[in-house]
Design a protein. Structure first.
Length: 136
């Protein structure tokens, strides 16, 4: 496991803090998308459009998959409350409600996550990454 983490971190050598923060934020926010199967497709599209590291964004997608499962019902209920609909067992209504709830929670969460990761990376000045790159 340590070797995998080391290779993952070394793959970001020479990459700007903005790009790493974007990979983390986009991968996490899209990984919580409430329709199963779509986060993988959306992350791949985002990686191609934004020219991001595809394996890294897919890794963030996989890391966030437990949150996708845990937040499915709360996002559906939030979306139903926003739309004024009842959280019924109708698949179309539940899907629409979950999408609205995801958009209202995860898009702002992604922006905040981007800023937090960017600030943390800039404060660290890449000391941890340079140390790993030199010891490999």
């Amino acid at each position: 496991m340590n070797a995998i983490a080391r290779r993952f971190l070394i793959s970001f050598a020479g990459v700007s803090p903005q790009t790493i923060a974007l990979v983390v934020a986009v991968g996490f926010a899209l990984g919580i998308f409430p329709i199963f199967g779509f986060p993988t497709i959306l992350c791949a599209l985002a990686a191609v459009i934004l020219r991001l590291n595809l394996p890294a964004i897919q890794l963030m997608n996989q890391i966030s998959s437990p949150f996708q499962l845990a937040l499915l019902i709360p996002l559906t209920r939030l979306g139903a409350r926003i739309l004024g609909a009842h959280a019924a067992w109708n698949l179309a209504v539940a899907t629409r409600s979950a999408l609205v709830g995801w958009f209202c929670v995860c898009v702002p969460l992604g922006l905040v996550l981007y800023l937090v990761v960017l600030i943390l990376l800039r404060q660290r000045r890449w000391q941890w990454l340079n140390g790993l790159g030199n010891s490999a």
